[in-house]
Design a binder for this molecule. Sequence first.
Ligand SMILES: Cc1cc2nc3c(=O)[nH]c(=O)nc-3n(C[C@H](O)[C@H](O)[C@H](O)COP(=O)(O)OP(=O)(O)OC[C@H]3O[C@@H](n4cnc5c(N)ncnc54)[C@H](O)[C@@H]3O)c2cc1C
Ligand code: SF4
Ligand code: SF4
Length: 1015
Amino acid sequence: MSTNSTLAPEIVTQLRKNLRGQVLTDTPSRGRYATDASIYQQFPLGVVIPESASDIEAALAVAREHQIPILPRGGGTSQCGQTTGVALVLDNTHFFRKSLQIDPEKGFAEVEPGMVLDHLNAELKKHGLWFPVDVSTSAQATIGGMAGNNSCGSRSIAYGNMVHNVLGIDAWLADGSIAQFGNFASSTGKAKQLGQFVQGLANQLQPEIEARFPKVMRRVAGYNLDVFHPQSELPYTPDGSVNLSHLLVGSEGSLAYFKSLKLKLAPLPQHKVLGVVNFASFYKAMDSAQHIVKLGPTAVELVDRTMIDLARTNPSFKKTIETALIDAQGTTPEAILLVEFSGETQTSLLEKLKSLKTLMGDLGLPGSVVPMADAGMQKNLWEVRKAGLNIMMSLKGDGKPVSFIEDCAVPLESLAEYTQALTEVFAKYGSRGTWYAHASVGTLHVRPILDMRRDGAQKMRAVAEEASELVRKYKGAYSGEHGDGLCRGEWISWQFGPKITEALAQIKQAFDPSNLFNPGKIINPPKMDDASYFRFPPDYKVIPLKPSLDWSAWNVQNNPVTEEITTAGSGGDPALGLAKAVEMCNNNGHCRKFDAGVMCPSYRVTRDEKDLTRGRANTLRLALSNQLDTHDEHSPLGSDAIKEVMDLCVSCKACRRECPTGVDMAKMKIEFLHAYKKRVGFTMRDWLVAALPKYAPIISNIPGLPALLNLRNHLPPVAKLQEWLMGISAQRSLPVWKKETLWNDKSILQKLQYSPAELHQDGKGVVLLADSFNAYFENENLQAAIQVLQAAGYRVHIPQKTTQAKTSSTSACSKEFCCGRTYLAAGMVDQAKETLGELVDYLVPYAQAGIPIIGLEPSCLFTLKDEALVMGFGDKAITVSKQAQLLEEFLAAQAKDNKLSLNLKAATRPVLFHGHCHQKAFAAVTPALELLKLIPNANPELIESSCCGMAGSFGYESEHITVSKQMAEMSLLPTIRKSPNSWIVADGTSCRHQITDGTQRDAVHIAKILAAHLQ
Ligand SMILES: Cc1cc2nc3c(=O)[nH]c(=O)nc-3n(C[C@H](O)[C@H](O)[C@H](O)COP(=O)(O)OP(=O)(O)OC[C@H]3O[C@@H](n4cnc5c(N)ncnc54)[C@H](O)[C@@H]3O)c2cc1C
Ligand code: SF4
Ligand code: SF4
């Protein structure tokens, strides 16, 4: 766990002098590069973000001069610890990530190592090509990392592993020279010399290689000494020639530093069909795989009973997984196999499906295949399969599914016996495994649940020993997909014996005589259970602290066999659940994705690990366990180190939904702000934002004041002065105060008052929340919502304080309720609790009467639905939360139940919809689109965008204005500009503001477009 070793100051100076890219040596930065998706943690000596090849060259030169180890890094998603090390880490993903050449005719691409697989495939799509090593982490895994690990995809049975698809690698050697590794026969220079050396070893050891190398395709352990005498069931090259780049594939950064990689491309399959075979017995499923592969599928993937059950309990996956079942109402199968065929014509594939059905009949399972020819359904089901591991990893408590024997590969004819025997081993050690993945190649993923802080290491050793016996018995490969790293390094000699192990050491010596590259990986590895490498060693301790929100739901332990969790609050976390919530991040790197969803908008702009959900979670974890030099261990949450990572978090809540383990950074940011502001105090800007609901009524009631304040938007010097005084950017217009508001229109307000009983009478009563933003700045939205609801026959009640409503210090002078969002955004949790508590109390009788509670502003409504649950309000908050919904959710649900009568005229302009982040986080975008579809001819289109960049007050803050605009320019604003004539619908106040500022176009709330189309 030592964080102490770092670079000497003169070396840092030299690096900074010789490089253009950043050199990071502070403890938090190093801490963010200390982990990958394994159980290990090693603080690097420093981190370099090279801006160019010459930066890498310079860093290598300095490292060579001072004998500092070098660790090349991609997405850091490795599962075995190969991307952790006491070394100088070089992160290729910022700048070293371009495609250099794509030759569709010759079918190859040349790329820099930091390029992400999905980004490459997006470029290749227009040529009808793809790079077919389809790892589950395709959205974040880099080509360099994939080559480093010899990664394998779901379709490896058809396309092979990385080693089968790399044509050449140009790499820096330890002496700083660049060597071209490709076809051996035509190689020259250093590459040739090294090749000849390895050839000599291989020839000498040919009988040993033939005896010791597993014959299965999925073998990734050690170096590929067998390039000269291939042992894989799939030849490394189609013509049997030797390609020296294959020596580097799987070398885990320990032989050379890849500069560029030449890759073999494949035509994108024109058609695909899926046959989902349902099995009543797991054993039978495993036993059938060997027969199914004979039909020539491109994938055969397993989803077992536990995974099916878990998917069925997850609202995002339930429907999809049930499309795969023969009878969703009947008995759940013990396993399903997803059998994919792809090819040129659909007809030939349908024939394949027929053969599958026949085969299953012959195997005694007639009627067990669900045919799936529809591409959309197939895609959805693959998403569930890919999410498999992540579904499992969401288990709360200290026991976690641990990856250490999860990719042993055995021949298919032994798969059933192997899985049965290993299941018995798990049971013997009081654990259980969930099986999934690559049945086609005998590599099934399985992770027993172990508690690494307690007896996990001992159990891991015991299970590994027994698993290795089984692998030997069935002539399999112990390391079949995820590499060696710290976890499997010690098993290399077990797999290959002393002679080959010695030969591998000689290869390392020939390539890297000074042990510059990633020492301790493959050669001289530590023991897998050496606790000094663990992320959670037995002496891991969390600092006691009392968070401001209720995290007790995370403060639990689990049963490794039943996966049941203990009662909330019983987990023994000294940080009362906050630390355990933070520790849910397993570093899988899913938040590094770029193309789909929202997470993580700040990273998408900066590509900086510190602006990533993972970077934030790691920094928090290190702070809460006192592994950072925060100087104030009593306030680790409020330290500058945490401020640095939270600065660009826009509290979009995307991670809450999109992070596979549900890391909820927006809530953690509230904790940070609370602690930080306690330390440094509140600024004028904090108060200006936080107290807005309190002073808005005063301003709107003083004649002339709204107009006077609005002058700020027309007088640049005033805006400048405000920027100087308060840090509110002069580049932004501020929301415009309205003279007329719902609150000062007593005649309307009086008609909008009903008791819960009155509203309940005929099922046509609703509560409509008048939030401060819509009330004081966009009153027309509230009026539109009332108009639409009334046109549809609903009676609308607007909550306002009456004499019986409790008054408080924060709201004594106003009759409006408030959700407390603005207080939360400023870190004033106590004030937020008081304000929101009042609203919850007021709403309880309405909620108990089953009356819908409707909101217009997503951030306000979802505060009531989400944060209210962790503020200590008890069951009241749950009752209210269940009734709280956005206008579109309510109306769309009514429409679905045939209860909505709205007479709408046809749209004359196209309609674009931008979802507010919180809408996306709570799956409230689909209802909005469904509602807009009720407008004849509207054909609403969703703008595929991440966060708009405004995020409450974030986009107004002078220090954030640039990033805010960059976020908006990623896709939202360009899409709007391309559609000059359309309605733009956006329900978030700040989203609308960003759109207007950036495009000079008006965006409207959904209530307004509906009102505009009322007949
Ligand atoms: C949820 C989950 C699912 C996964 N699914 C799969 C899967 O389906 N198939 C699979 O094979 N793996 C899988 N993995 C493991 C991992 O994602 C892959 O191995 C991935 O290819 C690693 O890519 P990366 O960019 O994160 O590499 P990193 O982890 O950053 O690096 C991997 C290795 O490559 C070396 N390396 C990186 N760049 C260079 C370079 N320029 N020169 C020399 N060496 C370099 C590193 O030093 C390291 O040893 C999964 C992991 C997770 C967490
Ligand atoms: S924050 Fe979530 S998505 Fe990101 S690495 Fe951690 S667990 Fe994965
Ligand atoms: S809340 Fe949004 S910005 Fe913050 S970490 Fe999560 S995804 Fe990133």
